[in-house]
Design a protein around this ligand. Structure first.
Ligand code: DX5
Ligand code: ZN
Length: 216
């Protein structure tokens, strides 16, 4: 499968969100990556349901919603209602992860699990068939524009081995500090989805930056 590109709209211009969504609609991007931060699980607050509903009206590609929040279970049906297609929760925020994943799937969404940089990928082995996307955080979650953590490559290789051994269709997504220096190495290591925020939106031509990441 060719790799997927998911621009992180955290780095978009919120005063011109329709314009930036139309750019992504007409680009080679595959998903919209939407970062939800609650100021508790991570030391930052991004945006919530009304903003995502407004974004959904302009999105012609799937919404990949990354919840950096505590107690995600209580909002699963709400995120479905406002248009999430893939709903990702953090391993570190879920005491009963298996139950959470089943609840996401019962709503008809794809289920994702994100791992902080300190969380080993091996912890997901027993659940891998229940996970559509593993989001390996390559920065500490909470902010865009941070530097890529090099140990991510080892995590991708190890997770790919588990996915192959278990013959699972789980995708590996990389989130944080993705740019043209690390994108090819990540794909060669086994990544399937690259999230990119600052690298896309701070570039002089975001659409052609997406095209370059897609054509690696
Ligand atoms: C970080 C977010 C990322 C972030 C990526 O907490 O989960 O999705 O927006 O931004 P860049 O690509 O700028 O590191
Ligand atoms: Zn994210």
């Amino acid at each position: 499968m060719p790799h997927l590109i998911a621009p992180s709209v955290l780095a978009a211009d919120f005063a011109n969100i329709q314009r930036d969504f139309e750019m992504i609609n007409s680009s080679e991007a595959d998903w919209f990556h939407i970062d939800v931060m609650d100021g508790v699980f991570v030391p930052n607050i991004s945006f919530g349901m009304p903003v995502i509903s407004a974004m959904k009206k302009h999105a012609k590609k799937p919404l990949d919603v990354h919840l950096m929040i505590v107690n995600p279970d209580q909002y699963i049906s709400t995120f479905k209602e406002i248009g999430a297609d893939i709903l990702t929760v953090h391993y570190e925020a879920c005491t009963h992860l298996h139950r959470t994943l089943q609840a996401i799937k019962a709503e008809g969404m794809k289920a994702g699990v994100a791992l902080n940089p300190h969380t080993p990928v091996g912890l997901l082995e027993d659940l891998i068939h229940d996970i559509d996307v593993v989001c390996i955080m390559s920065v500490n979650p909470g902010f865009g524009g941070q530097s890529f953590i090099e140990n991510t490559y080892n995590k991708v290789v190890e997770l790919k081995k588990i996915i192959k051994k278990k013959q699972s269709a789980t995708l590996i997504e990389i989130d944080g500090g993705v740019n043209s220096d690390n994108a090819k190495l990540l794909i060669d290591a086994g990544a399937d989805v690259l999230v990119a925020g600052s690298f896309v939106f701070k570039s002089s031509n975001p659409k052609s930056t997406i095209e370059k990441l897609k054509s690696i």
